[in-house]
Design a protein around this ligand. Structure first.
Ligand code: 13P
Ligand code: SF4
Length: 345
């Protein structure tokens, strides 16, 4: 494919989303990335939050965290370039120790992954001995290594139910945990680690034990936002990610992972939609559904996902940066948790 053909391909999808002058420039970058990708036998995985010009030009696969973990597990390419955030690239490395995994920006972190350490998990498990522990995939490898199983927003309820246990530790997203507790009919507590040890034994009325991690994007959406949008657009259908508060989820028409929200818009017929999640995904859905109107609340952005640009992805392939490496002993322990999750689906 020539640069002109690349530009025409992108234009088909993005004519109403990205101004032409930018599209031409981005098509040149995308062309060079795709050329290098073939030359180096690399695969590019792109999260649903990538900006439209990247999302629609260079990834071999796009999807939510669970989907991309599965794709990472299946690839036979030598290099995996992860257009997403660090915990996602680490998951790809956990599943592919022999392959080179590259993350295009060192700054692509995540407030949830930064909210808990491996030592926090050890202390919590010591406080509630014998209770199985689930870590959201939005955690670093050392935290995954301390738990029994991982989950994503797609399979959190199924993972909790698969444990067949009355009590479950669920880390680190407070809101996802509250939403899962509501769906599974469990009562949740949020213990502090510095209280007296005996307190745990007296906290008998719990079934889920959570942690106070928050997604810095989804925690910002409020019920007032929803009310204001509904007042202005009474026919709007509102979708929220389960990292939003339970009140926001309850006030929405649908809640699900990024893939589930994309599917919902595709398969339903409403005059307009609002997705309460990273704004770029609204652009990507709008591009795929030109007959549907997408409202967006774009003052709330994920500063980590936004680090990943076409420019940095090109540099990543040119210079082999930034390589994700994990100590083998740690990787093996984290692998168990990720593998158990993938087996559940
Ligand atoms: P998904 O697994 O739904 O794609 O979510 C990932 C994420 O980081 C949401 O903020
Ligand atoms: Fe992390 Fe939230 Fe950004 Fe997702 S949107 S990567 S959970 S900070």
């Amino acid at each position: 494919m020539s640069i002109e053909e690349m530009y025409q391909e992108m234009k088909k999808k993005l004519v109403d989303i990205v101004p032409d002058v930018e599209l031409r420039y981005k098509a040149e970058l995308a062309y060079e990335i795709n050329r290098l990708k073939r030359e180096k036998n690399a695969v590019i995985l792109g999260h649903n939050y990538m900006e439209p010009a990247l999302y629609y030009s260079i990834p071999d696969f796009v999807g939510d965290s669970l989907d991309l973990s599965r794709k990472a597990a299946q690839t036979d390419k030598d290099i995996i370039v992860f257009c997403g955030v660090r915990f996602m690239a680490e998951t790809a490395k956990i599943l592919n120790p022999k392959k080179t995994v590259l993350l295009p920006s060192e700054k692509a972190g995540c407030s949830l992954a930064a909210s808990i350490t491996a030592d926090d998990v050890r202390q919590l498990r010591a406080r509630f001995p014998g209770v199985p522990a689930v870590a959201y995939v939005n955690t670093y490898a050392d935290v995954k290594a301390e738990v029994d199983i991982c989950c994503t927003s797609s399979n959190a309820v199924a993972v909790v139910e698969s444990l067949g246990s009355d009590t479950v530790i669920f880390l680190p997203d407070e809101y996802l945990a509250r939403n899962v507790a509501r769906e599974t009919g469990k009562h949740i507590i949020f213990p502090t680690l510095d209280g007296p040890k005996e307190a745990a034994a007296t906290e008998i009325d719990y079934q889920m034990i959570g942690w106070h991690g928050r997604c810095e994007v989804h925690e910002k959406f409020t019920v007032q936002d929803i009310q204001a949008v509904r007042q202005q657009f009474p026919d709007v259908v509102i979708l929220s990610h389960p990292e939003c508060s339970p009140e926001v989820v309850a006030a929405s028409d649908f809640s699900g992972s990024t893939n589930a929200m994309i599917r919902y818009v595709k398969e339903t017929r409403a005059p307009r939609y609002l997705v309460l999640t990273e704004c770029a995904m609204g652009d990507n859905i709008a591009a795929a559904n030109p007959d549907k109107e997408m409202l967006r609340l774009c003052s709330v952005r994920c500063p980590h996902m936004n680090q990943i640009t076409l420019e940095d992805t090109l540099k990543s392939l040119q210079t082999n940066q930034y390589v994700i490496d994990l100590p083998e002993e740690l990787r093996l322990r984290a692998y168990r948790s990720v593998e158990r999750m993938i087996a559940i689906g």
